[in-house]
Design a binder for this molecule. Sequence first.
Ligand code: BTN
Length: 247
Amino acid sequence: MNDLVPYFEHHESIDSTNARAAQLAATDIDLPALIVAEEQTAGRGRGSNAWWSDAGALTFSLLIDASPDQLAQATWPLVSLAAALAIGDCLAARLPVERVELKWPNDVYLNGRKVCGILVEAPPVRPPRLVVGVGLNVNNSMVEAPDEIAERATSLVDAVGQPLDREEILREIVVRFLDNLARLQAGELQLAERWSERCLLRGREIEVQAHGTLQRGCCAGIDDAGALILETSQGRKRLFAGTVNRW
Ligand code: BTN
């Protein structure tokens, strides 16, 4: 991996690759840094959720330089969308599957089931850095997963029926993501257009928990600022954060 990133760690077992990346954020290592783990004992999900994953999953975090000359602060909310795009594009290019879709703000779905979660965190350090954590179900079959996860999730091995090379997939995701980040900083990532190719929610009646209220409407995709566009009975709304509960 050192041909892709200047700093790389591989762990057989660790509490959380995001927590490890946040520790490293306070040091002066060269970036981007890639932390990969075979197992996490305290994997973190969005909000207060834990992240469950089994042996065979691809579990990693990238620590990136978010100094103003590298990644303007205005683009930080778009980093998770850029990561989801990279992962969606990688899976669509490699797998003989029907549907690879992105669920705003940052989940990747395969044939209607969640296959990947992304958690971006900003550790309180100077110069600023971002941690981009990815949990992608690759060779971990959902047959082994707890019921509540197996009902809604899938893995690449479940979708294509044979194990895949995780290192190859990781390499392609890192390359695509770093390329998206460079485009984001250059103002060249056409987020709305690229996202619309894979938007799971577009054209659907959805319910979004946002800013402490439940918003209902028809999803018209996302815009270049990463906002979800919702056509509601009170007109068009732009949501910058939230959780889509029904679709
Ligand atoms: C979600 O809730 O969908 C986001 C899940 C993110 C999980 C990944 S696994 C690697 C990294 N380390 C963590 O503790 N969490 C992220």
